[in-house]
Design a protein around this ligand. Structure first.
Ligand code: ADP
Ligand code: MG
Length: 389
C-alpha cells in the first residue's frame, strides 16, 4: 500500500513538472510570437479611462492602396484625434487601446486643467519648493525651453498666468484690464525656471508663475504614438491630433501622403492646398483655432508674452513641416509670434524644416523645399513662394 502511494506521488510530481515545462515553453512561444504584429498588443490589458470618448474601428478594404485601413477616433487632450493604420489585415483594437491609453497618461501629466497633473503640482509649488517630474515631462520641458531660446522669449512655456487670464477657448474668456496684463507678463520668463539635473526637479521661483505646455503637447504625444505604431510592426499610418498631422512612412500605393492645408478662413474641413509628405509632420498654428470676438476684434489664443495680447502681425496661419511633430508644434507657435520676416529668416537657417506662411492679404509664402510639394487649390489665395524682404 505504502509503495503504491509512493508511486502515485512520484507520478503526480512527474506530471506536474511536465505541465510546468509546457507552460514555460508556451510562454516562450508567446514571447517570440509577440514580435509579430497582431499578437504583440493583445497580451496587455490597458486600464482605459471610464470617460474616454472613442469610436470603434472603421475597417476599409481599400483597393487603391491594396491595403486594409483600420481607423479609430477619440476626443482627448481637448481635441479630436484620428489614427489610421494601413496594413495587410485589420489592426487589432488593442493597439488603439495602447495609443489612446498613452495619450491619456500624458494628458494626466501635462494638462494644466487637471489639478492632479504633474504640471499642476509644479505650478502649485511656485515660490515654495521644487517638484520632481517624470522623464517624459522633463524631456518635454527641456524642449519647451529650447523654443524659448530660438524665439528669444516670444515662445515661453511660463506663459500660463497670461493664458489663464485671457481664458481663450474657456468659459471665462474676456479682455483683461491693462493692470492685469502687466501683472501677468511680469511673471513670464522661461529663463527663471530652475532645473535640477540631479533629481529632475523643476522649480518656479516666484509665486504666481506657471507653466503651460499647450503649444507643444500635441506634437510631443504624436511623436510617441508614431514610435509605438512602428514598434508594433506597422509601416504606414496617419496620426491626426486636432490638425497636427504626423505621417508614418508613405502611402502604400504612392511615394507620399497628400495632406490638406487648412483654409484659415474656411470651416474645419476646408483646405486651401495640399502638401505631399513622406514620413514627416505638418503642424499649423493660426488665428482660427481658438478665439473670441468683441467689437470687431478677434482675440485668438497665440499670445505675445511681451505685449500680453494675442499676436497681431498680419499672419493668418503658419504651417511647419518637420521630421518630429514636437518641432513642428513648438516652431509653429514660435514662428507665428516671430512674424513673417523673422520667422522666415530663422526657417531659412534650418535645412531640416520647411515653413508656409499665410498673410492676412491672402498671400502664401514658403521656404524653398515646398516649391515642388505644395499645390494651391483655392482661388482665394495667391501663391508667392519665397519671401523677399
Ligand atoms: P493649437 O494648440 O491650437 O494647435 P498652438 O500649438 O499654436 O495651437 O498652441 C497654442 C497654445 O499655446 C495656447 O492655447 C496656449 O496654451 C499656448 N501659448 C500661447 N501663446 C504662447 C506663447 N507665446 N508661447 C508658448 N505657448 C503659448
Ligand atoms: Mg504649437
Amino acid at each position: 500500500m505504502k509503495r503504491k502511494m509512493y508511486a502515485l506521488i512520484v507520478c503526480l510530481l512527474v506530471l506536474l513538472t511536465a505541465c510546468n515545462q509546457e507552460t514555460t515553453d508556451s510562454d516562450g512561444l508567446e514571447n517570440k510570437k509577440s514580435d509579430t504584429v497582431t499578437e504583440a498588443t493583445s497580451q496587455v490589458e490597458y486600464e482605459m479611462p471610464n470617460d474616454l470618448i472613442r469610436s470603434d474601428s472603421t475597417v476599409i478594404d481599400d483597393s487603391k492602396t491594396k491595403s486594409i485601413i483600420t481607423s479609430q477616433e477619440s476626443y482627448q487632450i481637448g481635441t479630436y484625434i484620428k489614427i489610421s493604420i494601413y496594413a495587410d489585415k485589420e489592426v487589432p483594437s488593442s493597439l488603439f487601446d495602447e495609443l489612446f491609453y498613452t495619450i491619456d497618461q500624458y494628458e494626466k501629466k501635462i494638462s494644466t486643467s487637471i489639478l492632479s497633473s504633474e504640471i499642476s503640482a509644479v505650478n502649485k509649488s511656485a515660490g515654495i519648493e521644487p517638484v520632481v517630474v517624470s522623464d517624459g515631462l522633463w524631456e518635454l520641458l527641456q524642449k519647451g525651453i529650447s523654443y524659448g531660446q530660438v524665439s528669444q522669449g516670444k515662445f515661453d512655456i511660463t506663459i500660463e498666468p497670461l493664458v489663464e487670464l485671457w481664458g481663450i477657448g474657456s468659459d471665462h474668456a474676456r479682455i483683461p484690464s491693462e493692470e492685469e496684463i502687466q501683472k501677468a507678463i511680469a511673471l513670464i520668463d522661461y529663463k527663471q525656471v530652475v532645473f535640477d539635473e540631479a533629481d529632475h526637479s523643476v522649480f518656479l521661483p516666484d509665486e504666481g508663475m506657471g507653466i503651460d505646455l499647450g503649444a507643444i503637447a500635441k506634437g510631443f504625444i504624436a511623436d510617441e504614438l508614431k514610435e509605438i505604431i512602428i514598434a508594433r510592426g506597422y509601416e504606414h499610418a496617419i496620426i491626426n491630433l486636432g490638425g497636427n498631422v504626423l505621417t508614418v512612412g508613405h502611402k502604400p500605393n504612392s511615394d507620399t501622403w497628400s495632406v490638406g492645408v487648412r483654409d484659415p478662413q474656411g470651416g474645419q474641413t476646408d483646405i486651401l492646398g495640399v502638401l505631399y509628405l513622406k514620413d514627416n509632420s505638418i503642424v499649423s498654428s493660426g488665428v482660427y483655432e481658438r478665439f473670441f470676438e468683441e467689437e470687431g476684434v478677434r482675440y485668438h489664443h497665440i499670445l505675445n508674452p511681451f505685449t500680453g495680447y494675442p499676436e497681431q502681425n498680419h499672419l493668418q496661419a503658419i504651417s511647419i513641416i518637420s521630421e518630429k511633430s514636437i518641432d513642428g508644434d513648438g516652431l509653429s507657435t514660435s514662428l507665428f509670434v516671430m512674424g513673417l520676416n523673422d520667422g522666415y529668416t530663422y526657417a531659412s537657417t534650418r535645412d531640416d524644416i520647411e515653413v508656409l506662411f499665410i498673410t492676412d492679404d491672402n498671400k502664401i509664402y514658403y521656404t524653398e523645399g515646398l516649391k515642388d510639394i505644395f499645390m494651391l487649390t483655392s482661388t482665394l489665395y495667391e501663391e508667392v513662394g519665397r519671401y523677399v524682404e
